[in-house]
Ligand binder design. Structure first.
Ligand code: SF4
Ligand code: SF4
Length: 805
């Protein structure tokens, strides 16, 4: 390290590859003390003239501003403020044409310049006690200073100490043709420049400080050496383009090469322009903000090429107007002839990085020829690139390949184009390609940020999901532990027990089955099949009954007639209240009903016998219960049988029936060898019991039977005595073994007479209901009905007798 620095101190210089020696065209430019150009009528001050971001606007349209008044502000060093270069009134804040080859409009504060030109209250100079790095950086920031060599990097941000600095380089090389602004500044403001360098030394504390000036500027070197000190090396370097480039100057002064993707600070070095050093001095020692700069006005059409103090924001046309030998709108180059660019309009403003304006005769149309791959451009490139390859890739829009060939390291020096025999505008192709790549990078960066946010969100959601899952698992473990504890303590977990019961119940249920998910669902197939079977059985029974009924033509005919008559009666309300006028019809209805009832009773009896006989003990019990019930009914109806003979006949018939039933039950018991049938196994015993019961019932019936007391109120009520009559007939049929048909006939006749009498009495004695008028019963009709029934009954008995015989 010491040897390296000693070499620099001893005056060693190094060289870099490439570079060219163009005509400088500086000999005719006046580098005397620069003049202030005439006051322009209007200023257009872009709010951002540096790399970084714009500050916050402090003014609005209509405001009066003074010279040096801040128009924007920001606490961040990457956004140095801009100031009013002249006093006046703000007439617009709007996008105006920019000082760029694209002329893309930029937000600008437009000031109508006044004649008075009053200065704002500038900050006080920093005293020796206040000269600390922080105060100097803050003052540099508030003064709006950014790199004046062309890059426009915020100076306060650049000089903020990051790491120990070995070499501080002040760039006074100014290698580009025509440009002599720095030369003029060094010749006329050397003390201020050296003062600014001293302030930078206070901040950066470098081991070595070098002010580099090309050897074609002897006056500047002499002026600097005159005011310099031993801590600052004034170094003369060979004139070669582009030695003023940052990386090339470092290599010339130190022999160190700043490689691709490296910054000078990575090698412990930092480069500042002499114009920046002058601005730092003015800001710190005088409080003057950066509101104007020295600009070289040169070119074939300029009457007296010279350097001028130009307020920032002055239109190019106002700068060249009175110095021009031609049209004011003659195309102007901003910058040097090598790296400068042609302005689309001379209304573009002078900004902090503008160091030169060149107005030449309009050049003949470029006569580009195809690349002949001579390789001259590669020889001239100071960055060691392959300009011809970059040209092909840039022209073919193959940006990735251009990137692979390090197009972004191109400093746009134009040395390649300078030597190109085909006169190809190589730098223009490189600038276009680099702009596209930067746009792609910005888009990619935004996409990366969006992806990072998406990934972060996904990670957060996944984390939340895992946390929820872990929480559920912990809860399950807790429940399991509680269940185990409860089991140990002979307690059951109520929830688990309830779930287990439900599952067991579902699994054990015959009417349940598991679906494809394993859940238990009701199985109704058995119930549905049973219901269908019952329906089928009922249908079959109904058909059998109909067949049975239709087997007897007389019954079927009677039923049909009865149904027809019933429908006729139902269709007329009057038929309900009128007595049956035709005795023959009534008799036929009575016969049909009697036969129907007999059939139903036979079926019922058969069913009862079937049911009772299925269990002999039950059958016997049912028979005894029926006998008792009949006895009770006879006892509770003392007035129902007034004729002892009739009552006795009925009782004997019932007894006979009971005996028959018990005999059937005993027979069934004998078949099944059931011990419970002991008492009824002997038919004689059962018959004796039945006869005893019958006698008992007869005794009770003697006092109460009154067959004539039957309610015969209307046509409907006829069915009641008919039912009783049928019951009697049935009983009588059951007692066919008594061979007492004559007596039965007498009984039937008595019943009929009693019914007729009752009917007549009811017809005359029944009180009329207030809602329903009493129906008059025709005694003749009732007598006819009775006779018909008696006749029918006699026929039935005769038939039964014939059947028995
Ligand atoms: S100098 Fe021009 S012609 Fe020669 S290789 Fe480079 S681009 Fe092609
Ligand atoms: S413009 Fe780029 S490619 Fe051409 S010589 Fe300069 S650095 Fe090399």
């Amino acid at each position: 390290m010491v040897a390296w620095l000693d070499k620099i101190k001893q005056g060693f210089t190094w060289n870099y590859q490439g570079g060219v020696h163009p005509e400088t065209n500086k000999q005719d430019i006046n580098c005397g003390k620069p003049e202030l150009i005439n006051l322009p009528n209007e200023l257009s001050i872009p709010v951002q003239q540096h790399i970084g971001s714009a500050g916050k606007l402090l003014v609005k349209v209509g405001d009066k501003v003074l010279r040096g008044q801040a128009l924007t502000e920001s606490q961040f060093f990457q956004a140095p403020p801009v100031h009013a270069s002249l006093s006046g009134e703000i007439i617009a804040i709007e996008p105006r044409i920019s000082a760029h080859a694209s002329a893309i409009p930029e937000l600008s504060v437009v000031i109508q310049v006044d004649k008075e030109q009053q200065d704002a209250q500038w900050p006080s100079p920093l005293s020796d006690e206040e000269l600390n790095p922080e105060a100097i950086c803050q003052r540099v920031h508030l003064s709006g200073i950014s790199g004046m060599g062309g890059a426009g990097f915020p100076t306060a941000l650049k000089i903020t100490p990051h790491k120990p600095l070995d070499v501080l380089i002040i760039n006074g090389a100014e290698c580009e043709p025509y440009i002599s602004a720095d030369d003029c500044l060094m010749q006329n403001y050397a003390a201020e420049i050296i003062g600014g360098v001293a302030l930078l030394q206070k901040v950066l504390k470098p081991t070595l400080t070098i002010v580099a000036v090309e050897d074609d500027k002897p006056k500047a070197i002499k002026a600097l050496e005159a005011v310099g000190n031993q801590d600052i090396i004034i170094r003369s370097i060979p004139t070669k383009y582009p030695s003023g480039g940052e990386k090339q100057l470092i290599q010339v002064l130190t022999g160190k090469e700043v490689k691709a993707n490296q910054l000078p600070i990575d090698l412990g070095m930092l480069v500042q322009n002499v114009g920046t050093a002058y601005a730092v001095h003015q800001a710190v020692m005088l409080g003057e903000p950066l509101i104007s700069r020295v600009v070289t006005l040169a070119g074939d059409l300029v009457t007296s090429p010279s350097n001028y103090w130009v307020p920032i924001g002055t239109a190019v046309s106002d700068v060249i107007n009175k110095k021009l030998q031609g049209e004011p709108n003659t195309p102007t180059i901003m910058g040097g002839s090598m790296m400068g660019f042609m302005l689309p309009s001379n209304q573009a403003p002078v900004v902090k990085t503008t160091n030169c304006l060149i107005v030449n005769n309009p050049m003949a149309a470029e006569n580009e020829s195809p690349c002949i791959r001579c390789g001259e451009c590669a020889q001239a490139c100071p960055m060691g690139l392959l300009p011809q390859q970059l040209y092909w890739y840039a022209k073919g829009d193959e940006l990735n390949k251009a990137r692979d060939f390090n197009i972004m390291d191109c400093i746009e020096c134009g040395a390649c184009a300078f030597v190109c025999p085909s006169e190809i505008s190589l730098v223009q192709h490189y600038r276009t390609a680099k702009a596209k790549i930067r746009s792609e990078d910005i888009a990619q960066k935004e996409a990366d940020i969006a992806k990072q946010r998406f990934d972060a969100r996904q990670a957060r959601l996944e984390k939340d999901k895992l946390e929820r899952k872990a929480k559920h698992q912990q809860a399950a473990l807790r429940r399991q532990a509680q269940a185990e504890d409860s089991a140990k303590q002979n307690k059951t977990d109520p929830v688990a027990a309830a779930l287990a019961r439900v599952k067991n119940k579902q699994a054990a249920s015959p009417a349940a089955k598991q679906d494809e998910t394993g859940e238990w669902v009701p199985d109704n197939q058995a119930a549905i099949a049973a219901r269908e079977a019952r329906k089928a059985e009922r249908r079959a029974q109904k058909e059998a009954n109909e067949t049975k009924a239709s087997a007897n033509p007389a019954v079927a005919a009677a039923i049909a007639r009865a149904k027809a008559k019933k429908e006729t009666d139902n269709s007329g309300a009057i038929s309900e209240s009128k007595p049956r006028a035709n005795p023959a019809v009534a008799a036929a209805i009575a016969r049909a009903k009697a036969k129907k009832q007999q059939n139903q009773d036979n079926e019922t009896t058969a069913e009862d016998n079937t049911i009772e006989s299925s269990n002999p003990a039950v059958a016997a019990a049912v028979a005894r219960a029926k006998a008792k019930k009949a006895q009770a009914q006879q006892q509770s109806e003392p007035t129902t049988a007034t004729n002892p003979a009739v009552a006795g006949a009925v009782a004997r018939a019932k007894a006979k029936k009971l005996a028959s039933q018990e005999a059937s039950a005993d027979q069934a018991n004998n078949n099944l060898d059931k011990p419970a049938a002991k008492s009824s196994a002997n038919p004689a015993v059962a018959a004796a019991i039945a006869r005893a019961k019958a006698k008992k019932a007869a005794l009770a019936a003697d006092a109460s039977v009154d067959a004539g007391k039957v309610n015969i109120q209307d046509g409907e009520a006829i069915e009641a005595p008919l039912a009783s009559e049928q019951s009697v007939q049935q009983n009588t049929q059951d007692s066919t073994t008594s061979n007492n048909t004559a007596k039965a006939k007498a009984i039937a006749a008595a019943v009929a007479k009693a019914k007729a009498n009752k009917k007549a009495e009811a017809a005359t004695e029944a009180p009329a209901s207030p809602d329903k008028p009493a129906k008059k019963v025709n005694p003749a009709v009732a007598a006819a009905v009775a006779r018909a029934k008696a006749k029918k009954l006699a026929e039935q008995q005769r038939e039964e007798k014939d059947t028995n015989e």
